[in-house]
Design a protein around this ligand. Structure first.
Ligand code: C5P
Length: 206
């Protein structure tokens, strides 16, 4: 891999499948920039919960908004998946993601439509998944570790509801892209999942 050439690792998958952890680890291992694209939709969702218009919020989104610590709550996640259905919201966020994907030096992006819409020409395309129960347990553990007050049942309901909305929408629905490698992490510890993802990137670099 020539370090000034674009090199994109595109990672899609349902809620709490481990995309973020894998994305960060791959970025660190290969010295690539990383973008968690869910944060863009969460930032728009948070502004809508505060009374903003979703399309205006998406068009005027600033990088600073991605650092808001409340973006990780279940309420914001639900609102994010509602604004993500709106084609004008997705269109407003497209150029930023495409430019990030093809930046010099390479990038890792994770989300729902990275392989299918944002960067179908990515050098590496992965669909990271796991059973809803495994994903809900991981997200529950994460939220409890962050001090949030929730239950496993509430987290499972959130994950299932968002998966349904993300898969059934007509604009950029969640689905494995043609040619994407499917990485099912249900039975894998995080280290094994990261190792599998790193192996896929290694294969594509030569
Ligand atoms: O990945 P995360 O759970 O933070 O994403 C929050 C929501 O943002 C998802 O449920 C989905 O509706 C939306 N999203 C999307 N396309 C992306 C990333 C996230 O529609 N590329």
């Amino acid at each position: 891999m020539n370090s000034t050439q674009p090199f994109t690792v595109a990672i899609d998958g349902p809620a709490a499948a481990g995309k973020g952890t894998i994305g960060r680890a791959v970025a660190e291992r290969f010295g690539l920039a990383h973008l968690d694209t869910g944060l863009l939709y969460r930032a728009v969702g948070a502004e809508v919960l505060g009374g903003a218009d979703p399309v205006e919020a998406a068009r005027n989104l600033e990088a600073r908004a991605l650092e808001n610590p409340t973006l990780r709550t279940a309420a914001v996640a639900q609102e994010a998946s509602k604004v993500a259905v709106i084609p004008e919201v997705r269109a407003a966020l497209l150029d930023f993601q495409r430019a990030f994907a093809r930046r010099a030096g390479g990038a890792v992006l994770d989300g729902r439509d990275i392989c299918t819409v944002i960067c179908p020409q990515a050098e590496v395309k992965m669909f990271v998944t796991a059973t809803p129960e495994v994903r809900a347990q991981r997200r529950y553990d994460e939220l409890i570790a962050r001090g949030q007050d929730t239950t496993y049942a509430a987290v499972l309901a959130d994950v299932v509801e968002r998966d349904r909305r993300d898969s059934e929408r007509s604009a950029a629905p969640l689905k494995p892209a043609q040619g994407a490698d499917v990485l099912d992490t249900s039975q894998l510890g995080i280290d094994a999942a990261v190792a599998a993802a790193i192996a896929l990137v290694e294969e594509a670099r030569v």
